[in-house]
Design a protein around this ligand. Structure first.
Ligand SMILES: *[C@@H]1O[C@H](CO)[C@@H](O)[C@H](O)[C@H]1NC(C)=O
Ligand SMILES: *[C@@H]1O[C@H](CO)[C@@H](O)[C@H](O)[C@H]1NC(C)=O
Length: 444
C-alpha cells in the first residue's frame, strides 16, 4: 500500500459545493386524486436542505473546508483498511453520533430494490441517499442530519424504532411508500425540531402514535395508508397542526366533540371506520379547512347546520356513510365549494335550490340516497352533468330506486333533532347572532 500522506490531493472540489439539491416546494399540491398524493404545505425547511454532492464515496478521511463542511477529500484507495481499523473522521460530532444509528438501521433493512443503502457507507452521511444535512437551530456552525426523504424508496424494515427516535436534529422525516412496519416509538416525542412527519403508505400498525400529542413544533402529520387502529385522542385536533392525514387506516372511533379552535387546513379522515354522528362543534373548530374528506366511514345521524360554517371548504366529501335527514340549507354558505359529495347515504327530502346555485360548484354527487324532489335550478345542473341524483326516489327522473324500495324507506319514522336548523342559513341571517339561534329557535 502506498503512503497515504504522499497521495494527499488538493482537489478542486470546491466547485461541487455549489451544487444544491433544491427541494423547495412552493406550491401546495391539490388534486382530485388527493388520497394518493403527497401534500406539501409551504417550503419551510425543505428549501434549506442542501447537500454538497460528492460522487466519491470511497474516502474515509475528511477535511473541513469552511464554506462546504460536507465536502470530502478522497484519499488513496485504502478504504477497507481504514474501515476495518475503525478510523472514520466526521466533519461534525453530531454526524459521528448518528453514524452507528444509521448503520444499525441499515442492518435491519430487509429489502432495498433500488440499492439505496449501498450509498450509506463512510463518514459522509450527508451524501447518503435520502439524508440531508443542515445547521441545527441550536448551533449554526454545526452540521447535522436535519432531514430525511425516503419517499418511494420501497425499503422494508420491521421497525423505525432506534432510528427515527435517535436522530436528535431531525426536522423533516418523509418516508412515503416504503414497507416499514411495527409501531411508532413514544420516544419521538423527544425530538425537539421535528415538524413534518410523513410515514404514509407503509405497513405501520397498532394504536395511534400518541407521542405526537404535545409535540408543539409538529405542523404536518401524515399517517394515511397504514394499518393503525383503535381510537384517536381528541387532543390531536387541538394541536397546532396545518395538515392531518389519517385516511385509509382502521381507526374505529367516534369523532371528538368539544373542540377548541385550531389551525388545520387539510384534514382527511376518509376510509376508516369512524362511527357516530358528525359533531356540531367540529365544523366551528375547522372553519378554515379547505378539504374535508369523511368518505367511506360509518358516520350516522343527521347533518348539523354547522356544516355551513366551513366557509373555506373547496372539497367536502361525506360519501358512503349512513348519514340521514335532509340537506341543511346552510350548505348554501359554502361559497368556495367545488366538490360536494353525499352519495351513498340515507339522505332524503328536497335538493335545496340554494345549493345548486353555488357558483363554484362543479360536482354535486347525491346519488344513492332517498331524495324526492329537485327544483328547476338543480335540474339545470343535472342537464350539465354536474349533479348526479341517480338511484334516489325522484318520481319523474330516470335511473331511480323502485317504488317499493322508496316506500319501505319512508315507512320508517324519520326524525332529526333541531329541525328548525335545516332552514337556517348562518351566512345570510345577519340580524340574529349565531349563538342565540340554537336556544331561541322554536321547536318543530
Ligand atoms: C457548535 O458546533 C461546532 C461544530 O460542531 C462546535 O465546534 C462548537 O463547539 C459548537 N458550539 C457550541 C456552543 O456547542
Ligand atoms: C363527482 O364526484 C363523485 C364523488 O366524489 C365522483 O365519483 C365522480 O366521478 C365525480 N364526477 C366528475 C364528473 O368528476
Amino acid at each position: 500500500m502506498s503512503n497515504t500522506s504522499n497521495m494527499s490531493i488538493k482537489l478542486i472540489l470546491s466547485c461541487l459545493c455549489i451544487i444544491l439539491i433544491s427541494l423547495a416546494v412552493n406550491t401546495i399540491a391539490i388534486s382530485i386524486k388527493r388520497e394518493t398524493l403527497e401534500f406539501l404545505i409551504g417550503n419551510r425547511g425543505r428549501g434549506e436542505a442542501k447537500s454538497c454532492k460528492n460522487e466519491n464515496h470511497k474516502n474515509n478521511k475528511i477535511t473541513i473546508p469552511l464554506e462546504c463542511p460536507k465536502l470530502a477529500v478522497p484519499l488513496p484507495p485504502t478504504p477497507s483498511l481504514s474501515l476495518k481499523t475503525g478510523v472514520l473522521v466526521f466533519v461534525d460530532q453530531r454526524l459521528a453520533v448518528v453514524y452507528p444509528i444509521v448503520q444499525k438501521f441499515k442492518s435491519i433493512i430487509t429489502s432495498d430494490p433500488h440499492g439505496i443503502t449501498k450509498t450509506w457507507v463512510g463518514s459522509d452521511i450527508c451524501s447518503y441517499k435520502g439524508f440531508f444535512c443542515d445547521n441545527p437551530p441550536d448551533n449554526k456552525s454545526a452540521i447535522a442530519v436535519a432531514s430525511i426523504d425516503f419517499n418511494g424508496f420501497q425499503l422494508a424494515a420491521p421497525t423505525l424504532d432506534g432510528f427515527l427516535d435517535q436522530l436528535p436534529d431531525i426536522a423533516l422525516f418523509h418516508a412515503n411508500s416504503n414497507f416499514f412496519s411495527g409501531t411508532i416509538s413514544p420516544k419521538i416525542a423527544k425530538l425537539p425540531y421535528l415538524y413534518e412527519l410523513d410515514i404514509s403508505n407503509n405497513l405501520f400498525s397498532g394504536s395511534f402514535p400518541s407521542a405526537v400529542l404535545g409535540m408543539n413544533g409538529l405542523t404536518f402529520l401524515d399517517i394515511r395508508f397504514n394499518f393503525f387502529s383503535g381510537s384517536i385522542p381528541p387532543q390531536l385536533f387541538t394541536q397546532p397542526l396545518d395538515a392531518l392525514f389519517l385516511n385509509n387506516n382502521n381507526f374505529m372511533t367516534s369523532l371528538p366533540d368539544n373542540l377548541g379552535s385550531n389551525h388545520i387546513l387539510f384534514l382527511t379522515l376518509a376510509n376508516n371506520k369512524f362511527i357516530g354522528p358528525l359533531p356540531r362543534s367540529i365544523f366551528k373548530a375547522f372553519s378554515y379547512l379547505t378539504e374535508v374528506l369523511l368518505l367511506n366511514n360509518q358516520l350516522t345521524g343527521c347533518l348539523p347546520y354547522e356544516i355551513g360554517l366551513l366557509k373555506e371548504a373547496i372539497v367536502f366529501d361525506a360519501g358512503n356513510n349512513q348519514l340521514t335527514g335532509p340537506l341543511p340549507l346552510s350548505l348554501a354558505c359554502l361559497e368556495k365549494v367545488e366538490q360536494l359529495n353525499f352519495a351513498g347515504n340515507l339522505l332524503f327530502g328536497m335538493v335545496p335550490e340554494l345549493v345548486c346555485e353555488l357558483e363554484n360548484l362543479v360536482n354535486l354527487s347525491l346519488s344513492d340516497n332517498y331524495f324526492t324532489t329537485v327544483g328547476p335550478l338543480c335540474r339545470i345542473l343535472i342537464e350539465k352533468g354536474l349533479l348526479d341524483v341517480r338511484n334516489n326516489c325522484i318520481p319523474d327522473l330516470p335511473f331511480q330506486r323502485s317504488v317499493v324500495e322508496c316506500a319501505n324507506f319512508f315507512a320508517q319514522p324519520k326524525f332529526c333533532p333541531r329541525m328548525w336548523s335545516y332552514t337556517y342559513i348562518p351566512c345570510k341571517t345577519p340580524f340574529i347572532s349565531g349563538s342565540m339561534i340554537p336556544e331561541m329557535a322554536p321547536s318543530p
